[in-house]
Write a protein that binds this ligand. Structure first.
Ligand SMILES: [Zn+2]
Length: 323
């Protein structure tokens, strides 16, 4: 499962700048949300009935804003929507109100989910698919942290331990087919938006203080020697030696996300001016891994807007890392 562009942005930032307060909390919230979705997808993949499709992490641009969907299950006669919550502290739901640690939440997850289901129904209707969408909240955390005492919510949520059973029950359904799941999936994917920039970014950041060099992939440190060795950069803190090609590719991907509104050029990584150590590598990596957008005095390249591991499958580098 790919990380959202916001999560990637915050993660890259946190490796290069000290995020505190609100920014740090937002990063942690997105990370636990992402972990929850990964776990849900993993559990479901073990029990997903034949002929059903699970689509994850979809966003749709609507007239009044954007709607996001964690997971959609498409069978040949029904569409079900799942909103995954990874709630790590204790939550209670009673009389339509969520509380955590004595605090009242201003939002109601059940209402939000119902609304999201209605939006999806309208969207499907536009595509000529008339159906009621069943929605469920999924409480994915390992510990049973959520207490719900409200009979009106029955059938509206699944706890982690109920997921497998729920999907196995679905397999027994034998209603007539209304459509081919693949066709519905293709229609939805075509309509889905792939956001090109992070809408939410850390607030109050002093841009001049953002570290723009290579982050050690061993210890996360910033003291990197790019000049001494020919094929590796060396971390002066932990001694990790990373292939120059990989270090440069990884860093260019990350800096390109931070500079999403700037052209991606060899100047994007111009932190190490004192050595010739990686200038050729930067040139080589841009040529090899990125597509040219336009050529001028300095060529600029198409920004993949993905971290290295999401942007490239099956990477092999000529020189190995030496931890
Ligand atoms: Zn290190």
């Amino acid at each position: 499962m790919k990380k959202s562009i916001e999560l990637a942005y915050f993660e890259i930032m946190s490796q290069r700048y000290e995020l505190t307060g609100e920014n740090q909390r937002h990063l942690e919230k997105m990370q636990s949300g992402y972990q929850g979705e990964v776990q849900f997808e993993k559990i479901v993949s073990e029990v997903l009935p034949n002929k059903m499709l699970l689509l994850t992490d979809l966003a749709f641009e609507m007239r009044y804003g954007e709607t996001q969907i964690d997971a959609l299950l498409i069978s040949n006669n029904a569409i079900r929507m799942f909103e995954v919550k990874n709630l790590l502290s204790q939550y209670q739901y009673h009389d339509g109100v969520w509380t955590t640690n004595g605090w009242k939440l201003s939002r109601d997850y059940f209402t939000q989910m119902k609304r999201a289901g209605e939006i999806l129904e309208a969207l499907l209707d536009e595509m000529g698919i008339r159906t009621e969408v069943e929605t469920k909240l999924v409480f994915i955390q390992e510990e049973d942290t959520v207490q719900i005492s409200d009979s009106r919510t029955e059938g509206l949520y699944l706890k982690r331990w109920q997921i497998k059973k729920y999907f196995k029950e679905l397999e027994k359904e034998t209603y007539g087919a209304k459509w081919r799941p693949e066709e519905v999936a293709v229609k939805l994917m075509k309509r889905a938006s792939r956001r090109k920039f992070p809408k939410v970014r850390p607030v109050d950041v002093d841009k001049t203080q953002i570290y723009r060099g290579i982050v050690c992939c061993g210890c996360g440190g910033h003291k990197i020697d790019v000049g001494t060795e020919r094929y590796h950069v060396v971390c002066r803190s932990c001694g990790y030696r990373e292939s120059k090609e990989k270090a440069v590719l990884r860093t260019l991907c990350d800096l390109a996300i931070l500079d999403y509104d700037q052209p991606l050029t060899r100047r994007t990584l111009n932190y190490y001016q004192d050595t010739k150590g990686i200038h050729n590598t930067i040139r080589h990596v841009l040529k090899k891994y990125f597509k040219v957008h336009s050529r001028g005095r300095t060529a600029d390249y198409i920004n993949p807007m993905k971290r290295m591991e999401d942007a490239f499958d099956d990477l092999k580098f000529r020189f190995r890392d030496i931890p």
